[in-house]
Write a protein that binds this ligand. Structure first.
Ligand SMILES: Cc1cc2nc3c(=O)[nH]c(=O)nc-3n(C[C@H](O)[C@H](O)[C@H](O)COP(=O)(O)O)c2cc1C
Length: 232
């Protein structure tokens, strides 16, 4: 499957059909993750976790016991490196018909961190369930998606600019950058806040984060201090 097609078809899956992940799919996802090179060369340790056996819970996930998680040293740029690698794993899973959801908040974080054998100086930013999507979403998932307008994204012109923040960039004016910027626009984000903004200046694209006080407040209050994955 073409990567842009995967980006277009992917959605968060929180309701699975109870079929255990096949050993082939489990091995393929883990081996894909382990071979990934990350920006800034920051190593990530990946593990497949068994929720039932290891006593792990995410209140929003039903119908699968398999999760994937990664941990890494808490160093500058760890967030970017992890985000890049985790989304690649998510898109690889999508190409095999395996459902995923980035989970940073709605999980029993201490239990997941224990299962990952998280040490001081390490961070486990997110986990994801792995499984086969159920035909019908749970009521909770349907309500969650409506609550964050998960099927919608901000318009291209709201996210991307030309030269400075004074001039919105239209899809037509993006030219050869259109596919890359559209891929950014369609990406998943916490609470679907889509915090990225980009200004195209000649052959350089400058990326910015639009801060969100409410999200920061919730993030900081959902997580034990030790887990800290600062959303500045
Ligand atoms: C960094 C990050 C953290 C997220 N954390 C959670 C979470 O804790 N629980 C959850 O149900 N979804 C979580 N999500 C999934 C988002 O809610 C979802 O990507 C967004 O609503 C867009 O929907 P879509 O993925 O179906 O396109 C997270 C996504 C990202 C990128």
């Amino acid at each position: 499957m073409d990567v842009l097609e995967c980006i277009r078809t992917r959605r968060s899956v929180r309701t699975f059909d109870e079929t255990p992940l096949t050993p082939e799919d489990a091995a393929a996802v883990l081996s894909f993750a382990e071979k990934l090179e990350t920006p800034y060369d920051i190593p990530i340790t990946w593990k497949l976790l068994d929720a039932k056996r290891q006593g792990l819970k995410s209140p929003v996930i039903v119908g699968t016991d398999t999760f994937i998680a990664g941990k890494m040293p808490r160093v500058p740029h760890a967030e970017e490196a992890f985000g890049y690698a985790f989304e690649k794993v998510v898109l690889f899973a999508e190409s095999r018909g395996i459902g995923t959801t980035w989970i940073a908040g709605t999980m029993d974080r201490p239990a997941f961190e224990r299962a990952m054998d998280l040490r001081d100086g390490e961070v486990m930013p997110c986990v994801s369930p792995l499984g086969y999507p159920a035909r019908k979403m749970s009521m909770r998932e349907t309500i969650m998606r409506k609550g964050v307008k998960a099927d919608a994204r901000l318009p291209f012109e709201t996210l991307f600019f030309s030269g400075s923040f004074d001039t919105p960039l239209s899809p037509e004016a993006a030219g050869t950058l259109f596919d890359a910027l559209e891929a950014v626009r369609l990406g998943p984000s916490a609470v679907n806040k889509q915090p990225w903004r980009a200004v195209v200046c000649g052959d350089t694209v400058h990326f910015y984060e639009k801060h969100n006080k409410a999200l920061r407040w919730r993030t900081l209050n959902w997580r034990p201090r030790r887990a800290g994955f600062p959303l500045r």
